[in-house]
Design a protein around this ligand. Sequence first.
Ligand code: TRP
Length: 448
Amino acid sequence: MKERSQFSSKFGMLAAAVGSAVGLGNIWKFPYVAGQNGGGAFLLVYLLCVLIMGFPALITELSIGRMAQTGPISAFKKLTGNNRWTFIGVLGIITSFLVLSFYFVVAGWSLEYIYQSISTMSFKGMTTADLNNAFDQFSTNTMRPYIWLVTFIVMSGLVIYMGVQKGIEKGSKVMMPMLFAIMVYLAVHALLTNSSPEGYEFYLLADFSKITPTVVLQALGQSFFSLSIGIGVLLTYGSYVKEGNIVITGLQISILDTLIAFMAGLVIFPTVFSFGIEANAGPELAFVAMPAVFSQMTGGMVFAILFFLLLALAALTSTISLYEVMVAMLNDTFGLKRGLANLIVGVVVAILGIICCNSINGHSIFTLCGMTCFDWCDTITSNYFLPIGGLSMMLFFGWGCSRKKVHDAMIEFGMKEWFYKIYIVFVRFVIPILIVLIMLNQFGVLKI
Ligand code: TRP
């Protein structure tokens, strides 16, 4: 038996998990989804989702890995002795491919914007119309988005090939605090230079009438996406650790991830309103609003380059978490050599990525129900596949495993008895019921 690799410290695993969680989901996706779903109303529902569902789901996924000490496909079998739950691992593989196919496209945008920060001298003198134009021209260009997309895939594949993920994750111990610091600086800068309170009103005041079934579903999906729940990434990371308090780890990941997303909103929404950008612009929001911030800032160029560089690196630690899990699964389950598995993942993701990339801005090969391929991959994974993956893991943990085994493991992982009593009720009843209700409600089967 090969010795399983372990993180050298609790901190190593925390850095990797935070690296996976913090990414484009926080800075690109959160503001755009919040902007489309009523701002403050979305923020409120989002925070509740993280607290009530995301945080317990995160602990559950980490714990399954830690108990099984193996990756997603075999973990379920190892803990129950039967194959009934293996579908969760399979769903995870499909979801990973779909997530990566649009994620790499946006990761490519972050590389383009490092380049544009330099070539336009940090977007100096550009108006909102210019910035919108710049994005449209770039995204409809028949070469550049594809080149950046493939560059990012190759970068991730190389990191996996060279086995330097741990190095990258160690690097994120420095990069994450830097990203955090720059977001704080930009948020304070927005507060001090911004005269219009509408942005804050939009983002921080919840208009309850805007809470619709769709808003709730989007908030649920976004919270799972942002915390990296539902695929088996956290399960894999959990399987590399043997020590540390699971509740504290879960709290640290959830809080850091949520704070970065929250701050992205604090930077973007005031800017959106003072520059007359559409809050519901969709996926391009951050790539128009952030350049707007830098265009008027002293030292804008340094900040712009640093910001997009850190964004690309944050995206890289997220992509390698998904990429590695897929390579490991192909390697464990089908016995493929890691090199070949790496190549297969890269090629499949590149094909899907090119289709998604092509579907942006009216170039779509096909649209279905008015949504492009990019939108499909983006929404279907967050809103359905991840919550269903997370839900299945909770049903597995709460109902499929022996009660005593789960209880003893959680206490051993540092959970207090009183907390366990609440936690297990959430895992067995509250969260599954909520997720099912939210989905039925969205389909109009149920009217709440
Ligand atoms: N959480 C990451 C982000 O916010 C994306 C991500 C990485 C992810 N690994 C995942 C999402 C696993 C779902 C499942 O950018």
